[in-house]
Design a protein around this ligand. Structure first.
Ligand code: PMT
Length: 223
């Protein structure tokens, strides 16, 4: 029997929306369900890879044969990805990482003031995980995603370059059936110096397989 296309490769996948603490009982997050990242982890495992899935808490079943790591915040996700990056062959950043977090997470539950005054939470930027890891890249193939609501290709092209990824998966999350939460997605694949490829609307598992097949083809071209 021929070897599976990703056998022998360590694949690291991130999924879900990070949670940035406001106080012990509240956080800021986004609409990511984790489904896209879980589908990539499942597809990579089925293609023979050793797969680690780093996810924020979800209600999804863990794909068979996949090692799970649970994180909450962008900072925790950065620590978890960094710790594994040097032994990773392929990193797929499907997680929706918060760009901002509260400057101070309160130690105790924030109480309503008696005077009904507005409450202001000051936010500060989180670390950009892809940009942090880019200088540490040696042989890793890195896949980023871009969730956009306008100017999909222009914004995605900018992220492809600024985040120094090998492949950027752009989804227009303003369209029905695309991006957050559902079981389907429709994406455009961008690579440096190559024409973009638009995929049809299909299941997240089918999209995941297309992404990974594109990676495998690129890796073969490199060798
Ligand atoms: O989880 P689902 O409900 O299935 O939804 C899937 C999805 C819409 C979340 C997924 O398809 C997707 O688009 N994921 C990326 C969401 C996102 O954070 O996009 P972005 O354009 O803000 O970020 C671009 C890339 O940089 C992403 O690969 C992101 O993981 C990464 N990033 C972002 C911010 C940050 N501080 N560090 C990062 O590394």
């Amino acid at each position: 029997t021929p070897a599976l296309p990703l056998s022998g490769q360590n694949v690291l996948v991130t999924a879900g929306g990070t949670r940035e603490a406001i106080d012990p009982v509240r956080y800021i997050s986004n609409r990511s369900s984790g489904k896209m990242g879980y589908a990539v982890a499942q597809a990579a495992r089925e293609m023979g890879a050793t797969v680690t899935l780093i996810s924020t808490p979800t209600h999804l079943p863990v794909p068979a044969g996949v090692q799970m790591v649970t994180v909450n915040s962008a900072a925790e996700l950065l620590t978890a990805v960094s710790a594994r990056f040097s032994t990773t062959d392929l990193l797929v950043m499907a997680a929706a990482v918060s760009d901002y977090r509260p400057v101070n997470a309160a130690d105790e539950k924030i109480k309503k003031p008696a005077n009904h005054a507005n409450l202001t939470i000051e936010l500060t930027e989180t670390p950009d995980i892809l940009k942090t890891l880019a200088p540490q890249k040696t042989t890793q193939y890195v896949v980023g995603f871009a969730a956009e609501t306008q100017h999909l290709l222009a914004n995605a092209q900018r992220k492809l370059t600024s985040k120094k990824v090998d492949l950027l998966v752009a989804n227009d999350v303003s369209k029905a059936g695309v991006g957050f939460n559902g079981d389907t997605n429709q994406v455009t694949l961008l690579r440096p110096g190559q024409d973009s490829v638009k995929t049809p609307l299909q299941s997240k598992l089918a999209v995941a397989r297309t992404i990974l097949e594109t990676v495998v083809a690129d890796q073969a071209w490199r060798h």
